[in-house]
Design a binder for this molecule. Structure first.
Ligand SMILES: Cc1cc2nc3c(=O)[nH]c(=O)nc-3n(C[C@H](O)[C@H](O)[C@H](O)COP(=O)(O)OP(=O)(O)OC[C@H]3O[C@@H](n4cnc5c(N)ncnc54)[C@H](O)[C@@H]3O)c2cc1C
Length: 353
């Protein structure tokens, strides 16, 4: 297939995001969508990663294969940090597209990706849609998209047809992560990236505060309900979240009582989360709450009532006072004064060497 003289390959290219140590949830969601689309029309799923040398190990690439990647291309450069700067990867992406223009590019709908990918594909006249919540091929093999508008207050359906390459940026946390197949493998090719933009670099990376960490993207969520007793309970929960690098979530009752903003609500009328760890403190486990967190990998629940429904989805349940458990966990996880003293002593001793 060709477009404006360029050969368009029957490929879905997924731009993978590995900014927080592991693949982001949205990367695995993109792979699930890519595999479904590719299987329908016989395309191949390729993955492209920009990372510092050594940051993507072979076992990381195997995880991409287990989620549907058929080829993994890792572009390495020492300037690629934990947060990608669009100006730094745009040149490499454009050179790759010069050689092999995929029919469809899928990337996370986050500002740093949308900005860089839109700049890279501009010379090819590709059709770009950001903030999509669903992507499908219809019976005519046109692409059918559902997009968010006005801060997710409404949606619209779009169709992309014709020969131009398509770029679809998917909203994190919507598609869900499929079950991996560890038996699958994919060849990994490593390349040296070229960074033309020398004037932009990341000087420091500030990990997000738990109260702002995106619930949907968080690997761990600590959530509170009516049983944590008030805003002061959430202040303690935030301390625990900081120690666990977790995001803070809440039940609707805690939100309705004004203890925490609505953006933190988990459930049917709040956010749907799929973290590796979900800790529920003083949450009864009403079905509307469970709707938003039942796919968490491991659920730990603390409740005074041993009959509470939350225990039905918990791998570990503790019958007890939520605040007392939070306090004890904070005490155990906080670096102790003795350890701090020993660290300071060692640092002083080393500075004399
Ligand atoms: C259309 C609709 C949509 C809804 N959407 C949502 C939604 O998105 N998210 C959501 O969460 N809810 C939602 N709800 C509300 C839902 O039905 C429940 O009312 C709500 O989840 C209950 O919140 P809770 O568990 O904090 O409070 P409660 O039901 O009052 O439970 C408090 C729990 O805390 C325990 N407890 C009390 N004191 C302590 C203590 N000291 N230590 C430990 N445990 C203690 C109690 O035993 C109890 O289990 C929705 C309801 C409707 C009708």
């Amino acid at each position: 297939m060709s477009f404006d003289g360029a050969i368009v390959e029957p490929t879905v290219l997924v731009l993978a995001d590995k900014s927080a140590g592991d693949w982001s949830t949205v990367t695995l969601e993109l792979l699930g969508d890519a595999e479904l689309l590719a299987n329908k029309v016989g395309w191949t799923v390729k993955v492209m990663v920009f990372a510092a040398p050594g940051a993507v190990r072979d076992e990381d690439a195997r995880k991409l294969a287990a989620h549907g990647a058929k080829e993994v291309h890792v572009w390495e450069h020492e300037k690629f940090g934990p947060v990608l700067v669009p100006a730094q990867y745009t040149h490499t992406l454009r050179s790759y597209l010069d050689e092999s223009m995929p029919r469809l590019i899928l990337c996370p709908s986050t500002p740093l990706w949308v900005e860089g990918v839109a700049a890279a594909v501009a010379p090819y006249g590709a059709l770009v849609a950001s903030d999509c919540v669903s992507v499908k091929l219809n019976v005519r093999s046109d692409l059918e998209l559902v997009r968010n508008y006005w801060n997710q207050k409404t949606h619209a359906t779009w169709t992309f047809s014709g020969q131009r390459p398509w770029v679809v940026c998917l909203h994190p946390g919507v598609a869900g992560v499929g079950r991996p197949n560890p038996a699958l493998s994919a060849p990994v090719e490593r390349h040296q990236a070229i960074v033309l933009e020398e004037n932009v670099e990341t000087l420091e990376w500030f990990p997000p505060h738990p109260s702002r960490l995106d619930l949907v993207e968080a690997e761990r969520v600590v959530a509170g309900g009516r049983g944590i007793g008030g805003p002061e309970g959430f202040a303690e929960l935030t301390q625990l979240a900081e120690l666990l690098h977790a995001a803070v979530g809440a039940s609707r009752v805690a939100v309705d009582l004004g203890w925490i903003p609505y953006s933190r609500q988990v459930g049917q009328t709040g956010k749907t989360v799929r973290p590796r760890l979900y800790m529920a403190f003083g949450i009864s486990g009403a079905s509307q709450h469970l709707d938003g967190m039942r796919d968490a990998e491991t659920v730990v629940a603390v409740n005074l009532d041993k009959e509470a429904a939350i225990f039905s989805v918990a791998e570990l349940g503790l019958v007890g006072d939520a605040r007392a458990v939070i306090e004890e966990l904070v005490r155990l996880l906080k670096p102790s004064e003795r350890a701090e003293g020993a660290r300071a002593g060692a640092a002083a001793a080393l500075s004399n060497v």
